[in-house]
Ligand binder design. Structure first.
Ligand code: F6P
Length: 346
């Protein structure tokens, strides 16, 4: 068989182990595997590179993706020509199947290609945000959250030395897994997530309580997707709830830091971790998960089980309809958040 493979959306550690796992198993079947570079853009433009044993054997410890990535979406409004090009290239390259590694957007394209155009696709879930539904974990998350945790540990040292509160903003547009996991593991004093209404007053009261009993430093972790009622990041408006701060000037982390300093009087700093957490070598967990889902994707190709995404559920790797996985985000349940907050806030 001739199999196409691509990685789309934001990169994350674990993509290379997944590519390697899939290619190694496909080679066992005697397949020819070609990679389309830069996600769906590669399929639109017909840019390929052969995925051989030599190409994948030394990549397990490399972050990013050897196939490179983009956010091209041929089903986006006005991109009909791109979709035509994709369908034409699938024929031109005589693909028997297409394996797409990506998050909700990339897999949404794979799902539509299957349901609307009968393209035999298999999806491999990837996102450092861990917000893809129908899978317990996605590779990338453990690596990225571990980098965030390492940063929090370092920031705690300096927060303690200077009796400061440090606000750490981490990625996570729709879900707060990254903020919650790194915050809990890093013994943060408060964690703000997009799923949970911001209670700035309760947070500041907690920090004041800590200071009053002698803990004269603090760590607050905030997810980039946190919204303040009545305002969105990018707005250039006065925020009632947040005094004079303008979200157009600063992101959510810096705005929260300013607000904490204003309300508590404690010296406060902010750090936006941003893309830093997306780089670096995949953790053991992500190498194993990437390898497992990659191998399983190759098996689905050979079973002819298309339109499916491989998923980790419990300890098993299963196949679920891609369509089901991209319907909604996997959000942090309120009770999980409450458990941590009520347990740790003294
Ligand atoms: O989707 C993953 C993600 O890392 C988000 O957490 C973040 O908001 C976004 O990608 C950043 O996208 P870009 O790399 O295009 O700036």
């Amino acid at each position: 068989m001739k199999i196409g493979m691509l990685t789309g959306g934001g990169d994350c550690p674990g993509l290379n182990p997944a590519i390697r796992g899939a290619v190694l198993r496909l080679l066992d079947y005697g397949d020819e595997v070609i990679g389309f570079t830069q996600g769906w853009k590669g399929l639109v433009e017909g840019n390929t590179e052969p995925l051989t044993l030599e190409r994948v054997e030394g990549i397990i410890d490399q972050g990013g993706t050897i196939l490179r990535s983009s956010r091209t979406n041929p089903f986006a409004p006005g991109k009909e020509a791109q979709l035509e090009a994709v369908l034409a290239n699938i024929k031109k390259f005589e693909l028997d199947a297409l394996v797409a590694l990506g998050g909700e957007d990339t897999l949404g394209v794979a799902s539509k290609l299957y349901t609307l155009h009968n393209v035999p696709t298999v999806g491999v879930p990837k996102t450092m945000d861990n917000d893809l539904d129908k899978t317990d974990y996605t590779f990338g998350f453990d690596s990225a959250a571990s980098v965030a945790l390492d940063s929090i540990d370092r920031l705690r040292d300096t927060a303690k030395s200077h009796d400061r509160v440090i606000v750490v903003e981490v990625m996570g547009r729709h879900a707060g897994w990254m903020a919650l996991w790194s915050g809990v593991a890093g013994a943060a004093d408060w964690v703000l997530l997009p799923e949970v209404a911001v209670d700035i007053e309760a947070m500041c009261e907690q920090l004041k309580k800590n200071y009053a009993r002698g803990k004269t430093w603090g760590i607050v972790v905030v997810s980039e997707g946190v919204e303040i009622p009545g305002a969105q990041k990018g707005d250039n408006v006065e925020l009632d709830a947040f005094g004079h701060h303008q979200l157009g000037d600063v992101g959510i982390g810096p705005a929260i830091a300013k607000e904490i300093e204003k309300r508590t009087g404690f010296p406060t700093r902010d750090v936006v971790l941003g893309h830093t957490v997306r780089g670096g070598s995949p953790t053991l967990f992500d190498r194993i998960l990437g390898t497992r889902v990659g191998i399983h994707a190759a098996e689905l190709v050979h079973k002819g089980d298309f339109g499916k995404m491989v998923a980790l559920q419990g300890t098993e790797i299963l196949a679920v309809p891609i369509q089901e996985a991209v319907k909604q985000w996997k959000l942090v349940p309120q009770d999980l958040y409450d458990t941590f907050v009520t347990t740790f806030n003294k």
